[in-house]
Design a protein around this ligand. Structure first.
Ligand code: WT7
Length: 632
């Protein structure tokens, strides 16, 4: 079943084959999975509409590949280790057989509550095993899961529920996060005041609270599963049937529902997981992401479990009870592969080396990062203090829309250089384009990162709005998937991701559209207009800087700031709080009324002396005022 590449030479030859004959390349990989009915054709595509289909005519259920096919050989192997928020609480373990039974039991509960193939189910959950179980249970019966990160507000959740027209919400009373407990059910209740599609809410009891339970609508997880069979036949799915929707931000409008499907997503997440992390049969693998993001979907749940791996899931945060928590968990469970985000590394680095130096970290073999460019200092600290100079770092570049890792090292088999993600995986035809959309052939260049040929887990559509998918990803450069990132290619062909070239801000590896935050700010009665940009932030990568125009300049700025922040928290969630808010008399605009973000970005970056040409502005004086009042 191994899909693994075992040397750099093998990588090079596989890469070449995959570009020359992509169908043959993917056919071989896809054949190693369990299909209920074989596919007739590997791939059919055009990037104009776009229309991309993989493994056409194939019938399968991804959960048979996640669970059933492991039972014979790995029935007693650990599938999932769950480490709680508080190290004093007991951890939990599930073998593949136990996980199979839990998933089937909950799948039967879903059916019993009227959920059918194709129905959408929104999950708003803590990082507990039941979240993974609920995802898999949906997939088992052909329902479409849509996980909403438990840090989003009621308004943000309602938007997603309504867009997906979800029939059910699965949630918990509340969650543990470090020393805090956060209510969830209460947020769901608030969201549901504005949603008509939801018929049932299943509530997992995580904290022992007694939340409001609405008669006829809400029921406890334990009651829903009571008496359910631990076997549940897997619904037969077409390769191209939707597996899940995951909402993500773009440069315009509201977050959009990225759609992934059973067949392609299965093949690509397993393939990339095994190659990037070079997982071996008895390893324990740990990804610290939240399942509310794509990283958790692909590399806590699906990729590892499809590969028969032991995957660790962590409820807590990196700094509770202290900044050694990650390393303590690595030692406690003898973690072999560890995958985290640069923002976490930087935050821990700032807490002092003593927290990491007191752990052995002997078991570690491969370290990974994801979510944003990693700076040199953080890379070196990770390599030296966590990896003890013996673990390769795989800097994995990918996106919600790509479903899986696209550019990265393959364990220790690839050349490695700090701040470089490295080479595209075999099957990923990455190119750089110039301003005019021409491919740049040579090396030592910078350009717009695009992909020329589909891969199995490419976004299929944006739920309910296919045209938006076309416009966002396939219209900028005809015939290419456009990533929205700029990249540099070094003399040896390695890629370094520079960052977004659109109006997307990456805060601690989380994506926000400037428009989305501006809309939230503008919903406040004080604000008339606003413009939001990102600026470099020591720990978060980027921070949010908001320029806000009010009817009148506020007399108490701190009070007004508090109000604005409150609006953002209400509309999106705490994770989108602007770090800096400057009240301005006007925004720099062109004569046609377009906000000149380039100028605002420079000011936020503290480079007001490098504004460039401002002569095309409607009112150049505005800029002078903004520079004077800029927040350091
Ligand atoms: C954007 C995608 C993919 C899971 C987490 C984020 C940035 C992601 C890297 C990396 C530099 C990276 C890109 C990308 N990004 N990984 N290794 N190096 N930048 O998923 O929310 O869909 O965001 O994150 O800008 O476009 P996402």
């Amino acid at each position: 079943m191994s899909l693994k590449i075992n040397s750099f030479e093998e990588y090079q030859s596989k890469y070449k084959q995959s570009i020359e004959k992509p169908d043959a390349f993917w056919d071989k990989i896809a054949k190693s999975f369990q299909w209920q009915k074989d596919y007739d054709k590997v791939c059919e595509w055009n990037f104009e509409e776009p229309n991309v289909k993989w493994f056409l005519g194939g019938k399968l259920n991804i959960t048979e590949n996640v669970l059933d096919r492991h039972l014979e050989k790995r029935g007693n192997k650990l599938a999932l280790i769950w480490e709680p928020n508080d190290p004093k609480d007991p951890f939990k373990r599930y073998t593949y057989r136990e996980l199979y039974e839990k998933v089937c039991e909950f799948a039967n509960a879903l059916k019993n509550q009227g959920i059918q193939k194709g129905d959408r189910v929104v999950l708003y959950m803590p990082m507990v095993p039941e979240l993974a179980i609920a995802c898999l249970a949906c997939a088992r019966i052909g329902a479409i899961h849509s996980v909403v990160f438990a840090g989003f507000s009621a308004v943000a959740m309602a938007d997603r529920i309504n867009d997906a027209q979800a029939k059910m919400v699965i949630t918990a009373d509340g969650l543990n996060r470090g020393s805090k407990q956060v209510p969830l059910k209460r947020v769901v209740d608030e969201a549901l005041e504005n949603c008509n599609s939801v018929e049932k809410v299943i509530v997992y009891n995580c904290l022992g609270w007694e939340p409001n339970m609405q008669e006829g609508r809400d029921l406890w997880w334990r009651d829903a599963t009571d008496g359910m069979s631990k076997n549940c036949p897997a619904e037969q799915m077409d390769s191209e049937d939707i597996l899940f929707i995951l909402y993500t931000s773009g440069s315009t409008g509201k977050p959009k529902g990225v759609v992934h499907t059973h067949g392609g997503y299965m093949v690509y997440t397993a393939y990339s997981f095994q190659n990037v992390f070079q997982y071996e049969e008895s390893d324990v693998y740990w990804c610290t992401a939240d399942i509310g993001w794509i990283t958790g979907h692909s590399y806590i749940v699906y990729g590892p479990l499809l590969s028969g791996a032991t995957t660790l899931m962590f409820e807590g945060v990196p700094t509770y009870p202290d900044a050694g928590r990650f390393w303590q968990v690595c030692d406690k469970h003898s973690v072999n592969q560890f995958y985290t985000a640069p923002t976490a590394i930087r935050a821990l680095m700032a807490c002092g080396d003593e927290h990491v130096l007191s752990y052995s970290l002997d078991s570690l073999k491969v370290l990974g990062t994801v979510g944003e460019p990693i700076n040199e200092e953080a890379w070196k600290w990770y390599y030296l203090h966590v990896g003890k100079e013996k673990c390769p770092i795989v800097d994995t570049w990918w996106q919600t829309e790509t479903g899986g890792i696209m550019i990265s090292g393959l364990g220790s088999h690839s050349p490695m250089k700090e701040t470089y993600a490295g080479y595209p995986l075999p099957g990923i035809n990455a190119v750089l384009l110039d301003q005019d959309g021409n491919e740049i052939e040579e090396n030592e260049v910078e350009g717009y990162l695009c992909i020329k040929h589909p891969w199995p887990s490419i976004i299929r559509t944006t739920y309910g709005d296919h045209e938006r998918c076309r416009l966002t990803y396939f219209s900028t450069y005809k015939g290419y998937y456009f990533t929205g990132d700029g990249a540099k290619r070094a003399a040896n062909g390695m890629y370094r991701i520079i960052g977004r070239v659109d109006d997307v801000i990456n805060v601690s590896g989380h994506r926000f559209g400037t428009a989305e935050i501006e809309d939230a700010i503008n919903s406040n009665r004080l604000a008339v207009e606003s413009a939001v940009v990102g600026y470099p932030h020591e720990v978060k990568g980027q921070g949010i800087y908001a320029y806000v125009v009010c009817e009148e300049m506020p007399s108490d700025e701190d009070f007004a700031r508090g109000e604005i922040v409150e609006s953002v928290v209400k509309q999106i969630g705490k994770i989108a709080k602007p770090e800096k808010i400057q009240f301005v008399s006007g925004l720099p605009k062109t004569r046609s009324g377009k906000i000149m973000r380039r100028i605002l970005r420079k000011i936020a970056e503290g480079e007001a002396d490098k504004l460039g040409d401002t002569s095309t502005l409607l009112d150049p004086d505005v800029v002078e005022d903004i520079v004077k009042g800029a927040i350091k």
